[in-house]
Design a protein around this ligand. Structure first.
Ligand SMILES: Cc1ncc(COP(=O)(O)O)c(C=O)c1O
Length: 374
């Protein structure tokens, strides 16, 4: 038997791998990974076409055009913007840079699972703050702060719950937490709110006011570039310097940089994506409700659907797979009676709506008889 052993922290981790399998065809209706509904920006595709003859060149370590495009889009200070290989990379780097072995990071009960995995891989200990219902509880987080706490990870809006943390709660957290603890605000889905809710903050303003608050963003959602792995963070100067030092020198490849700069500047595509989400979110939720199931409110581009039991959720998941519709099981998140789905394109939403109607006639779905007979 091999005597080669990974570091002991890795013996404790429950590996998290997004489940993208199960499709019947090569081109399923994939609503299981919260991707953008309308594909990539046409401007990003065009930009990529034009880079073909430069594939032999290493990318810029920090691409100035990309940073300028993000700064222009966000109105933020380019000196604090650090691009990354997906925002997942920044989550991992934060855990690696700030957790010594056995240090603690507070993560919320239904928080994004990558947080837990990254902390464990870094040798830290994820400490789980119970949510109130499906929403983050600042009080629960504050109770768990200990001398070993180094980081607090929050996704806002949160995946998979689709709920958001109100501005007042974020401000209370920042005001109360000792300033040697980093508060990570992962705002991967901020675009779907687009200033439409005064109670929402992506957190950038606090990064400028505090040395211990950071904000993470991604190109994998509204900008439709999941395949290229591109994210960015907004950091206080010292955290920026630390992460820029340990980040892989070439972790953002040239294709991602050129497509990202084009996508983030494509205002028409952005608006179309936002309008599409705002159009379909209430409609698809209404049709699922009409079919007798329970969609939960969401401020993002995805939502949970609650079923009568974990068995009913599993059956619904398989029923959808048989129609080549991929939804996400929520058992790893401790929500086995729920499935998560994202908003797809028009044709996909029509098919999903019809599929839920048919699902309501299946035995074992726990649908109230008066709804089933409709
Ligand atoms: C809350 C949250 N943060 C980060 C990510 C990862 O984004 P990226 O594709 O940029 O690594 C996701 C993707 O699902 C997410 O839901």
């Amino acid at each position: 038997m091999s005597r080669v052993k990974p570091k002991s922290a890795l013996e404790r981790i429950a590996p998290y791998r997004p489940d993208t399998s199960g499709a019947v065809s090569a081109n399923p209706i994939r609503l299981s990974v919260n991707e953008g509904a309308l594909g990539p920006s046409p401007k990003a595709i065009e930009a990529l076409r034009q880079m073909g003859d430069r594939l032999h060149r290493y990318p810029e370590q920090i691409d100035a055009d990309l940073v300028a495009a993000i700064a222009n889009y966000s109105g933020l200070d380019p000196a604090r913007i650090l691009p990354s290989n997906g925002s997942d990379e920044l989550i991992g780097l934060l855990a690696t840079a700030y957790c010594n072995d056995g240090d603690e990071a507070i993560i919320t009960q239904y928080g994004f699972l990558v947080f837990r995995q990254s902390v464990s891989v870094a040798g830290g200990v994820p400490v789980i703050a119970p949510d109130e219902g499906l929403t983050v509880s600042v009080d629960a987080i504050l109770k768990l702060i200990s001398p070993r706490t180094k980081l607090i990870f929050l996704a806002n809006p949160n995946n998979p719950t689709g709920t958001m943390i109100p501005r007042a709660d974020i401000e209370r957290l920042i005001a109360t937490v000792p300033d040697h603890i980093i508060i990570v605000l992962d705002s991967a889905y901020a675009e779907y709110l687009d200033g439409g809710d005064e109670d929402y903050t992506d957190g950038a303003e606090y990064v400028e006011q505090h040395d211990n608050v950071v904000m993470l963003r991604t190109f994998s959602k509204i900008f439709g570039l999941g395949a290229l792995r591109l994210g960015w963070g907004y950091f206080p100067p010292e955290i920026y310097a630390t992460l820029a030092t340990i980040r892989g020198a070439f972790s953002v490849n040239a294709a991602a940089a050129i497509a990202g700069a084009a996508a983030v500047s494509d205002k028409a595509f952005y608006q179309r994506s936002l309008d599409h989400n705002r159009h379909w979110m209430p409609r698809i939720q209404a049709s699922i409700l009409q079919a007798g199931f329970t969609p939960l409110p969401s401020v993002a581009n995805f939502f949970l659907i609650r079923f009568a039991s974990p068995e009913a959720a599993a059956k619904a998941h398989q029923f959808m797979i048989d129609r080549d519709i991929l939804l996400r099981r929520m058992t790893p998140y401790g929500l086995p009676d729920c499935l998560r789905m994202s908003i797809g394109n028009d044709a996909e939403m029509e098919l999903v709506s019809a599929a839920f109607k048919d699902l309501s006639h299946i035995e074992g779905m726990g649908i109230a008889p008066e709804i089933k007979s409709k």
